[in-house]
Design a protein around this ligand. Sequence first.
Ligand code: EPU
Length: 426
Amino acid sequence: MALRMDRFVIQGGRPLRGTIRVSGSKNAALPMMAASLVASGPLRLRQVPDLADVRTLAALLQTLGIGSRRDSGNLAMECVDNRPCRADYDLVRRMRASICVLGPLLAKRRKAIVSLPGGCNIGHRPIDLHLKGLRALGAEIQIENGYVIASASRLTGASIHLGGDQGSTVTGTCNVMTAACLARGTSVIDAAACEPEVVDLGHLLIAMGARIEGLCTPRLVIDGVEELAGADHTVIPDRIEAATLMIAAAITGGDVTIENVRAPQMVDVLETLSQIGVSLDWKPNQCRVSVNGPLRPITCTATPYPGFPTDVQAQLTALLCLVPGQSVVTDKVFPSRFMHVSELLRMGADIRREGDSAVIEGVSALSGAHVMASDLRASAALVLAGLAARNETNIHRIYHLDRGYEQLELKLQSLGASVNRIPDEL
Ligand code: EPU
C-alpha cells in the first residue's frame, strides 16, 4: 500500500498580517487525557487541540477501556471498562507521550504493562526517572521484551527526588504526581518539573479531588486520597504554538495580533524576543507582534521552565539565521536537538554546531529549497524559514507537524502566507 506523506509548498517573502488565535496546549492535554484512567466519573476537557498526537492517545486509551467523544474543541472521556492494563507497542511507538498512562494505570488498576517508547529524533529519551519515582511509591517494576511491567498492591506515599542530569522531567513528574494522588499517605516530590503543563495537570487533579500543594514550585506535597472524581477543565493555551506564531510574525517582518496567550507562562520567550528587538504590545490575553527596527543577535540557552523552552529552540534558530551578527543558541534539555540545522544550511543559513550549541552567523536572505522535516519543532523551524525565504520551499514529511500544530497552514494562510499542502505518495 502506498504511504501518503504530505508536503508543504511555501512561497516565501510575504509579511504576515492579521489576528490569529492560539489553540489549547498539546503537552498539557496529553497527560490530562491519561488522567481519565484515575477518574471515577466523566472527565470533560475543554480547548483540546485536534491533533494527530491527541487522536493517537485517544486510540490508546480506548484499548484501555476509556471511551472518548469530541464535540468541537471539547473532549468528553469516561471509563467503560477498568480491567485492561496493557498499552501495546503498535500505538505507543507512534508517540512517546503514551508513557503518561503508566502512573495512572498503576495507581488505579494496580498493574501496568506499557511498551517502552522507542527512539526519537531529538535525542536519547530515557524513562529511568519515571520508574524511580513509581518504585519509590512501592511499585515492583521489571523490563521484559520491550515492555515496562509494573504492579503494586496500593501505592504508598514516599519522598521522591525526580532530578536528573538534564534537570527535571515533565512527563515523569506528571506520571508520579498522578500516581501519588491515589497513594496511601503523603508523598513529597523534589526537583519536580514546574512547566505550566504540569501545573495545569495539577489543577485538573485538584478539581478531581486530589490534595496537592506546591504547584509551580520544585517541591510538591501530595496527600493521597481514596478516590478521584470526574471534572470539567479548560486546558491552557499552547505557549509553544504562541511562540512559533510570534516568531512567524517577526521573521517575515509582519504585524500580527496573537490571541489566547498567557504572558506569565512565556516570560523567557518574551524577554528573548524583546532582546532581539521584536516589538511586543500587550493587551489582556493578546499580544501584537511587529518589527519596527533592526534586529540584534543574542545568546540564548534552553533550560527547564522558567527558562527558554527547548520546544522553541529550533524556531528561534530559524529567526536568528536572518539577524545580522553572531548568535549562539544552546540546548541544555536535549543537547543534540539540532536536526533542523542541516536543513537550514540547505536554505543558505550559516550555522556551525559546537557541542550542545549552534553558532549562527546572520545572513541577508534565505533561499527556498527542498527540505525534510525530522521532528515536530524542527518542522516548525523549516516552515518559519520558508515563510521568510526567497522563492519556493518544499517541506517534506510534514506529518511531524500535524502531530503538534492544529491547522497550521490554515492559520498561516489567514495571515496572508502562501502555504499549501500537497499530498505526496511514496
Ligand atoms: N530524562 C531523563 N530521564 C527520564 C526522563 C527524562 O534523563 O526518566 C531527561 C531527558 O533525556 C531530557 C530531559 O530529562 O534530557 C527532559 O526530558 P523530559 O522528561 O522533561 O521530557 P518529556 O517529558 O519526555 C516533554 C514534552 C517535550 C518537551 C520536554 C522538555 C510532552 C508530551 N513532551 O517531554 O515536548 O520537549 O518535555 O520540555 O509534554 C514537543 O512538544 O515537541 C516535545 C518534544
